[in-house]
Design a protein around this ligand. Structure first.
Ligand code: KG4
Ligand code: ZN
Length: 339
């Protein structure tokens, strides 16, 4: 049966919509990147995000339908992220999806945003089960054993900050704008990805992560090197590009080491044929390269989604919605949002 799924994603600041069909896969993947108005605040402001979704959700969906050359009539079901995320943002998406589905007489499919990320590398790849999924974004850092579509087990997760959040916060210490991850990557490249300051690799021996301690360790290391005034919360080496490159480079090497340690533990404890690396941080070319080499050295296949499917997107929601629709897993009209 050829199903056509409209996937809608509004869990954080990005308004996204996509059309996925059984026959041709992703036909469109439209995105309004809502980051602009948040930059001056150094992070996502929930109220601004909700208001932007209200403005952009209709044109984004219209554009996804138009690009795919699909009319709403031809859509089989509407998939919508209902958790986890910012409640106001989720509510805009879910309310819109419900109204649209009700009016157009379509079925509704609630999708867990994390399940979207977990299967995002499967959109364009046939990954052998069971595989290990390392999900790393600004809001989440977790390891899963993925046994089949819709069947996965959480192996470990961050106990405090997410890895992307650590990139963002450490970049902010050095006065860089949000999001800090891409800036850290650029700076680290200039320093040739060398480990100058050897920051700690916490939680060795556990499948859980902790990045709050790492962030504090980097801050105290800056204080020790006369680069940061804690009392005034002021970065003192604003003109020292080389220092900033060394921090970024050491941080990135540290992150790669942490992820490799976790994968090594997973390989020892669980059957896994492949590794997928997903989420916004998986856009990082250095981390991709390191984790690919490490995984392949252990005789396993390595997969990363195309960058448009790493950051928040509608295609991963439509994709999960598609296999749920195949199994007849639709949601009731009483579906609510969950943080
Ligand atoms: O998945 P995503 O777009 O949104 C969340 O669900 O959080 O991830 C955003 C995170 C931010 O923390 C950002 O700094 C990080 O991904 N990020 C990167 C890179 N591009 C985005 N981190 C490291 N290197 C990158 N190239
Ligand atoms: Zn996400």
């Amino acid at each position: 049966m050829n199903l056509t799924i409209l996937g809608i994603e509004t869990s954080c600041d990005e308004t996204a919509a996509s059309i996925y069909t059984t026959k041709d896969g992703v036909l469109s993947n439209e995105l309004h990147a809502g980051i602009e108005p948040h930059i001056i605040y150094g992070g996502v402001v929930p109220e601004i995000a909700s208001r932007t979704h209200m403005e952009k959700i209709k044109p984004t969906i219209e554009s996804a339908l138009l690009k795919a050359q699909i009319s709403l009539n031809e859509v089989s079901a509407i998939a919508i992220t209902y958790k986890p995320g910012l409640p106001g943002s989720l509510l805009v998406g879910l309310s819109f999806a419900k109204a649209l589905a009700w009016a157009a007489d379509k079925k509704l499919i609630g999708v867990n945003h994390l399940e979207g990320h977990i299967f995002s590398a499967c959109i364009e790849n046939n990954i052998p089960f069971p595989f290990t999924c390392l999900t790393v974004s600004g809001g989440h850092t977790a390891l899963y054993l993925v046994k089949n579509y819709g069947n996965y087990e959480l192996l470990g997760q961050t106990l405090d900050d997410a890895a992307g959040e650590a990139f963002d916060k450490i970049a902010r210490f050095m006065n860089f704008a949000y999001p800090g991850g891409p800036t850290i990557e650029k700076l680290a490249k200039e320093a040739q990805f060398q480990d100058f300051f050897h920051y700690p690799r916490p939680m060795k021996g556990s499948l859980d992560f902790s990045f709050s301690g790492l962030k504090t360790a980097v801050l105290y290391d800056m204080v020790k090197r006369g680069a940061y005034n804690l009392k005034q919360k002021r970065f003192l080496k604003a003109d020292d590009l080389e220092f900033k490159q060394k921090v970024a480079s050491s941080l990135l090497v540290c992150m790669a080491d942490i992820f490799e340690q976790k994968l090594a533990l997973v390989f020892k404890q669980y059957p896994t044929q492949a590794v997928s690396f997903v989420g916004g941080v998986a856009c990082n070319s250095y981390l991709r390269k390191r984790l690919r080499a490490f995984t392949e050295k252990h005789g396993k296949q390595f997969y990363v989604p195309a960058k448009q499917f790493c950051t928040d997107n509608g295609a991963m929601i439509a994709f999960v919605g598609h296999y749920k629709a195949q199994k007849g897993q639709f949601s009731p009209w009483t579906l609510d949002v969950f943080e």
